[in-house]
Design a protein around this ligand. Structure first.
Ligand code: IPE
Ligand code: IPE
Ligand code: MG
Length: 235
């Protein structure tokens, strides 16, 4: 693996609402405009030989938005997946969903499952959409699963390790994040992949998600290459 290229890039795609408001448009227009950068960034990530791209698409906390906004977001998700599945399939991209997927509207879940099935054979790049995802909910659920296994005698508590915990997480199949990007100007992680970002390099940009393009991704990769990763070792 080339240490100059992050194996796993995760993105908090923020700023759609502000992008729309700045143009006097409803927030929904910002979400609609947010589909184009997903296409652009996916293509660029593929070309840069990034193996895992994980996008924060809808958080556990986003359920607290208005029903109108939530419905709109899932309608756009279904549209995006319907439009892109064949392109993903032919270009070698595997699409996956992660999070509390049982909470998704049936239409969204069915569409996602179908696209996962179609693209399952692909191994170039795994595109994971975090949907109804929150790290605290994920960790609490993993703890519950482990407690169940311990109380049924299936698991020895002395054998519980980092790997055990990870294996019970929605994101068990994802490797550690190397580079975390957040658009939209806020310097926070908003309950995203807390386990996997333990040693990630963090890149924050003021650019709003609908304006995020290939040049912004390349700048983030350049920033990544300039970092000295020590993982706790002496420099
Ligand atoms: C990110 O954009 C998309 C989702 C969270 C679904 P926002 O909708 O949070 O946009 P801002 O932060 O209000 O500008
Ligand atoms: C994070 O953005 C969630 C997604 C991008 C899906 P938010 O807009 O929900 O985050 P906060 O509320 O500003 O922390
Ligand atoms: Mg936001």
């Amino acid at each position: 693996m080339d240490p100059n290229t992050p194996n796993h890039v995760a993105i908090i795609m923020d700023g759609n609402g502000r992008w729309a408001e700045a143009r006097g448009l409803p927030r929904s227009e910002g979400h609609k405009a947010g589909a184009e950068p997903v296409r652009t960034i996916l293509k660029a990530a593929h070309r840069e030989k990034i193996r895992y791209l994980t996008l924060y698409t809808f958080s556990t906390e986003n359920w607290n938005r208005s029903k109108e906004e939530v419905d709109n977001l899932f309608t756009l998700l279904v549209k995006y997946i319907d439009q892109e599945t064949m392109e993903l399939f032919t270009s070698g991209v595997q699409l996956k969903g992660t999070g509390d997927l049982d909470r998704l509207p049936k239409m969204a879940l069915d569409t996602l499952r179908e696209a996962e099935k179609i693209t399952a054979v692909n191994t170039d790049l795994t595109l994971t959409l975090a949907l109804s995802y929150g790290s605290r909910a994920e960790l609490a659920r993993a703890a519950k699963q482990i407690a169940r296994k311990v109380s049924s005698g299936e698991l020895n508590p002395d054998k519980v390790s980092e790997e055990t915990l990870l294996s019970e997480m929605w994101t068990a199949a994802l490797p550690d994040v190397d580079l975390l990007i957040r658009t939209g100007g806020d310097i926070r992680v908003s309950n995203f992949l807390l386990w996997h970002i333990a040693y990630a390099e963090l890149h924050f940009t003021e650019t709003l998600w609908p304006d995020f393009g290939e040049s912004h991704l390349l700048a983030a990769l350049e920033d990544f290459r300039s970092r000295k990763r020590r993982f706790g070792r002496a420099g």
